[in-house]
Design a protein around this ligand. Structure first.
Ligand SMILES: [Zn+2]
Length: 240
């Protein structure tokens, strides 16, 4: 393996070049690296040209589809936030304490932030703290809802439900019957969340995106396309 650095759009990619027993050259782009695979059978000059070509391809591809930066929402003291279909007031204060804590009382979410958190970490610290307290508050009801929807529409074997910090997916499910839901959805309206549930539950029956699969969804939620649209349009804004 050979390795070099390629900078595109101000991002330094670690280019790893592998020489392998294969027929064609290939390149794949990861978050911070590019893997190039070159057939061993090529002579030196052909290898050289092939590597150049693959690097050029990767560069153009990255320039055409620039990486979306994870934008962490900034929460402010006194701000109104909506969670599901309910409104809350956010109270953020700072204390000389080793650790931060959060609690919900009536319609107020209190975040007490440790003064030991450095300034540049505060934004993500606050959003993590907030998502944790909301998950704790909403989880029992959300789990109940998922089981209810399953009972009504699918009667599938449903094992465990996890809320995970999924960045690029809204939800996923495994053949064991486990369902993972992105914590990003804790801030989505209830009907959108319900759609993601139905989507993942339908996968417990149809492990693909076939016509039959979409038929199951349409049966359970006839207006599901509106929710898909919401996820596509608004989804980007509910990162936290
Ligand atoms: Zn799916």
């Amino acid at each position: 393996m050979r390795s070099e650095i390629l900078e595109v759009n101000n991002i330094k990619y670690n280019v790893k070049i592998f020489f392998e027993k294969r027929n064609n050259s290939s390149a794949s782009i990861r978050k911070k690296s590019i893997n190039i695979r070159i057939p061993l059978s090529l002579n030196r000059e052909e290898q050289f040209r092939s590597i150049l070509k693959m690097k050029q391809w990767a560069k153009e591809k990255i320039q055409k589809n620039p990486q979306k930066k994870d934008i962490i929402k900034e929460y402010k003291d006194g701000e109104n936030i909506t969670i599901g279909n309910k409104g809350y007031i956010l109270s953020i204060s700072y204390k000389k304490k080793q650790s931060s804590f959060a609690r919900i009382e009536n319609n107020t979410i209190y975040l007490v932030i440790s003064s030991e958190i450095p300034d540049d970490k505060q934004k993500s610290h606050i959003s993590t703290l907030l998502s944790r307290i909301i998950a704790k508050q909403r989880l029992p009801d959300l789990e109940k809802k998922l089981h209810e929807l399953n009972k009504i529409h699918f009667q599938a074997k449903l094992n465990k439900i996890f809320f995970k910090n999924l960045r690029s997916l809204w939800g996923s499910c495994s053949e064991k019957g486990n369902i993972n839901i992105s914590t990003r959805l804790l801030f989505a309206p209830d009907d959108v969340l319900e759609y993601v549930y139905i989507h993942e539950l339908a996968h417990l029956i149809e492990f693909n995106h076939s016509e039959k699969f979409w038929g199951l969804i349409a049966n359970a939620m006839p207006n599901y396309q509106e929710k898909e649209k919401w996820l596509k349009q608004q989804g980007e804004n509910i990162r936290f």
